[in-house]
Design a protein around this ligand. Structure first.
Ligand SMILES: C[S@@+](CC[C@H](N)C(=O)[O-])C[C@H]1O[C@@H](n2cnc3c(N)ncnc32)[C@H](O)[C@@H]1O
Length: 184
């Protein structure tokens, strides 16, 4: 196994065992490693949030941009990816161009705790229980009531989801949870 593959395996294993650790950060501030959501699961996440052409989908920690790009290409939405790793931001922009959705997507090199998400009608998360919990006050104060949040695999503290889907992916079951931002 190459050194990079070994490092990725160690990072991923560590994240799955102790989600929330900052120990694998290659870029300062990156709180969880870049583990990708399989394409079929991306579709299910966007279906669960009932994404449509009127939506603005923010993926916090957007990796290679796949959720934002799929939301634009297959669901007609606009999308914004927030990602701290500059290489992934550049990769996402290239992927969006190749998918023909560059005009309806943006990728910003920002920290998810600093980014302004107030424009979002849908937020997607694939982070960790600890990071989700720290994000909750920001999500509740910035998002409009009625906005939807979908988290892949991880809870948002003790906030009870409106719906949970156990989705059979290519290699394992993915737990997808939906929350609706309540009125203020
Ligand atoms: C598990 S990956 C998920 C990628 C993508 N959302 C998906 O589902 O395929 C988490 C991503 O969050 C990014 N990330 C971690 N901490 C971050 C932070 N504080 N601000 C912005 N991005 C961050 C990582 O670089 C990584 O790409």
């Amino acid at each position: 196994m190459s050194r990079i593959r070994r490092l990725l395996a160690v990072c991923s294993g560590f994240w799955l065992l102790a989600a929330g650790s900052a120990g694998c950060a290659r870029v300062p501030g990156v709180e969880v490693p870049d583990v990708r959501t399989p394409p079929e699961v991306v579709i299910e996440i966007l279906r669960l949030a009932r994404v449509g052409p009127d939506d603005v989908v923010y993926d916090l920690g957007s990796g290679d941009g796949r959720i934002v790009i799929t939301a634009a290409r297959d669901f007609g939405a606009r999308g914004v990816g927030i990602e701290l790793d500059p290489d992934l931001v550049a990769e996402s922009a290239g992927n969006a161009r190749r998918a023909g959705v560059a005009e309806r997507t943006r990728f910003l090199q920002q920290d998810i705790f600093v980014a302004d998400t107030s424009e979002a009608t849908v937020v997607t998360l694939y982070l960790s229980p600890e990071v989700n919990l720290r994000l909750r006050p920001k999500l509740l104060s910035q998002l409009k009531p009625g906005s939807r949040i979908v988290s892949h695999d991880f809870p948002i503290g003790d906030w009870q989801p409106a719906r949970v889907v156990n989705f059979e992916g290519p290699e394992r079951t993915h737990v997808l949870s939906l929350w609706i931002v309540p009125p203020r």
